[in-house]
Design a protein around this ligand. Structure first.
Ligand code: CU
Length: 95
């Protein structure tokens, strides 16, 4: 009785974990950034973005002047990402 109760709890916790993951909405965006001069600039921008809550990945393309970001849009907004880029000292080019 006790044993099956514990097993049931473990199953419930596992299910909750999986459903929580399925509910997180991951979206990707690419921002055009100006003000980069070298790889240090793009790396600093990536690092700043990765510190934003909800951001899963940030990958800068120095030659393109872009940074691709994957984030959970129930946690972070596009405005949060732009703010992080600007706080790092660069500008987001809005098309
Ligand atoms: Cu630089």
């Amino acid at each position: 009785m006790l044993r099956s109760g514990v097993a049931g709890l473990v199953v419930a916790a596992t299910l909750a974990l999986f459903s929580g993951e399925a509910m997180a909405k991951e979206v990707s965006t690419r921002l055009q950034v100006s003000g980069w001069h070298c790889g240090g600039c793009s790396a600093a921008t990536e690092a700043a973005l990765r510190k934003v809550g909800g951001v899963k990945a940030a990958k800068a393309e120095l030659s393109q002047g872009t940074v691709s970001i994957t984030y959970d849009d129930s946690v972070a907004s596009l405005a949060d990402l732009e703010k992080a880029v600007e706080k790092a000292g660069y500008q987001v080019v809005r098309k």
